[in-house]
Design a protein around this ligand. Structure first.
Ligand SMILES: Nc1nc2c(ncn2[C@@H]2O[C@H](COP(=O)(O)OP(=O)(O)OP(=O)(O)O)[C@@H](O)[C@H]2O)c(=O)[nH]1
Ligand SMILES: [Mg+2]
Length: 228
C-alpha cells in the first residue's frame, strides 16, 4: 500500500524538520506531502531539504481547508492508496501513525481521538478542555456521526473516500473543514474507526486559528445539518 501524510503548514519553521524526522522514524514507508502557503519563515525550503518529502507551495495564506484539498488531490493523482492529514506543530504525535494507518485495514477512515479510553489532552486549561469536549459532543449529536473525534484533524482515509466526495464542494474553512469532510463521508456510508491520542499543545510557533473560527464552527454545524 502506498501511503502519504498531507501536512498543511504556515510558519512552522521550528517544527517541520523534527516533525518529518519523527514521522519517518515512526513510519519509514510513509511519504510526506507539505502544503505550504508561502510561509515567511521559510518552512517550505526547510521541508525540501528532507528525504521522502514533496512540497506544494501556494501563492499565499489561503487557509487550511483549501490546503487540504490541494494536498488530497495531488495525493490522488499520484496514486496513493492511503492518504492522511495532520498538524505540523507536534499536537499530533507521530508515534501513533502505525496504529492510525492500521485502522484502514478494517475501516475507510481512521481518526486519532482524544475522548476515548487511552486518549486525552496534555497542558490544556479547563476552558479549552470544556470548549473542545463540548464542540465534539455537539458536532457528534447534531450530525449523527458515530465517532467521538469529529473535530480531530489527525486522520487517514482510503483513497476511495476522497475520490467519492466532491472536495471542491466542501465549503467549510479551518476546523470546520474536517468536520464537514467526515459528515459527507458518513453520509456516503464510509466506515469510521478510532485510535486514542494524547493531544499536546503546539511545541513552537504561534497559533493561526482565531477565536472567530470557533463561532464559525458552530454556525457551520447548523449549516451542515439544516442546510442544502
Ligand atoms: N497551508 C496552510 N496551513 C495552515 C493555515 N492555517 C493553519 N495551517 C496549518 O494547519 C495546522 C493547524 O494549525 P494550528 O495553528 O496548529 O491550529 P491550532 O492547533 O488550532 O492552534 P494551536 O493552538 O496553535 O496549535 C498547522 O500545521 C498550521 O501550520 C493556512 O492558512 N494554510
Ligand atoms: Mg495546533
Amino acid at each position: 500500500m502506498k501511503a502519504v501524510m498531507v501536512i498543511p503548514t504556515y510558519n512552522e519553521a521550528e517544527n517541520i524538520q523534527p516533525l518529518i524526522q519523527a514521522i519517518h522514524e515512526s513510519c519509514p514507508d510513509l511519504d510526506v506531502l507539505i502544503v505550504d502557503d508561502r510561509s515567511p519563515d521559510g518552512t517550505a525550503d526547510l521541508a525540501r531539504k528532507m528525504d521522502r518529502v514533496q512540497v506544494i507551495e501556494r501563492s499565499g495564506k489561503l487557509g487550511l481547508g483549501t490546503a487540504y484539498v490541494a494536498g488530497f488531490k495531488h495525493a490522488l493523482e499520484q496514486g496513493y492508496d492511503h492518504i492522511g492529514g495532520m498538524d505540523a506543530d507536534f499536537s499530533h504525535d507521530p508515534k501513533v501513525l502505525p496504529a492510525l494507518y492500521g485502522l484502514l485495514e478494517e475501516a475507510d477512515i481512521g481518526i486519532g481521538a482524544r475522548y476515548i479510553p487511552g486518549g486525552g489532552t496534555r497542558n490544556w486549561g479547563i476552558h479549552r478542555q470544556i470548549l473542545s469536549r463540548t464542540s465534539n459532543l455537539v458536532a457528534k449529536l447534531m450530525l449523527g456521526i458515530p465517532a467521538r473525534a469529529v473535530t480531530s484533524g489527525y486522520r487517514c482515509y482510503r483513497r476511495k473516500v476522497l475520490e467519492t466526495i466532491d472536495l471542491d464542494a466542501l465549503n467549510s474553512e479551518g476546523y470546520a473543514f474536517v468536520v464537514e469532510l467526515l459528515y459527507r463521508a458518513h453520509q456516503k456510508g464510509f466506515k469510521i474507526a478510532q485510535t486514542p491520542i494524547i493531544f499536546e499543545d503546539r511545541r513552537y510557533g504561534q497559533s493561526k486559528i482565531s477565536k472567530s473560527e470557533i463561532w464559525g464552527g458552530i454556525t457551520n454545524l447548523f449549516r451542515l445539518r439544516f442546510g442544502s
